[in-house]
Design a protein around this ligand. Structure first.
Ligand code: IMP
Length: 201
């Protein structure tokens, strides 16, 4: 089944394609939309609705085959010692190359047992007829003292999931990451919701 994923992030595309499995053909669409929501859920819906508007209009003009379902996620890291920041602003609080250095500087002197954090992902689904769903997945962990690993993206080199074996997400394969990750949990929950509600065209 074709599905549009509203993102310009190739890591999200491969993670979500892996989570959804072989029955789904994921087509990425990089939507230019301002993330004005105050919650992960609001921003996930903003992205999904924007992509749905484009996908539906293209399907109507016959420009490409209709993609009936549009998915999006909004995600980030909440750091307890920073009062939950950067949270929904994780992609924007500092420029991309500064994400990890800024986080480690902000936690300078904070001991290992106080470096608790969680990844949060809101996964949204929007059908062309306007039906919408949004669900949340989280994974608890700690922020490492220094980056380790080259896989994943974003904060993965410093995020050590509590349910893991001590490795950062950047030291895991995509399959290992999605078994534990906020995104894996959110999109698996979304699949359960969608399974209860078959598509109507
Ligand atoms: P979004 O694309 O607006 O959802 O931005 C999410 C931001 O949160 C990303 O740019 C990363 O900085 C961070 N983030 C979200 N999910 C992950 C993840 O799985 N690993 C590492 N960083 C993540």
């Amino acid at each position: 089944m074709p599905v549009v994923l509203a993102t310009g992030n190739p890591h999200k595309v491969s993670e979500v394609a892996g989570i959804l499995g072989p029955g789904w053909e994921v087509v990425a669409e990089d939507v230019e939309v301002e993330e004005t929501g105050e919650t992960f859920e609001e921003n996930a819906l903003i992205k999904a609705r924007a992509a749905a508007a484009g996908a539906v209009s293209r399907a109507r003009t016959g420009a490409e085959p209709p993609c009936v379902l549009v998915l999006a996620d909004d995600s980030g890291i909440e750091v307890d010692a920073l009062g939950g920041e950067p949270g929904v602003r994780s992609a924007r609080w500092v420029p991309e190359g500064e994400w990890i250095p800024s986080l480690l500087r902000a936690l300078d002197g904070v001991p290992a047992d106080a470096r608790t954090a969680r990844y949060v992902c809101a996964a949204a689904a929007v059908w062309p007829d306007g039906r919408e769903h949004v669900v949340r997945g989280t994974v608890d962990g700690t922020v490492a003292l220094e980056p380790v690993g080259t896989g994943g993206f974003g904060y993965d080199p410093v995020m050590v999931p509590a349910e893991g074996d001590g490795r950062t997400f950047a030291e895991m394969t995509v399959t290992e990451k999605q078994a534990l990750s906020h995104r894996g949990r959110a999109f698996r929950a979304l699949l359960s919701v969608l399974a209860e509600e078959p598509p109507r065209r």
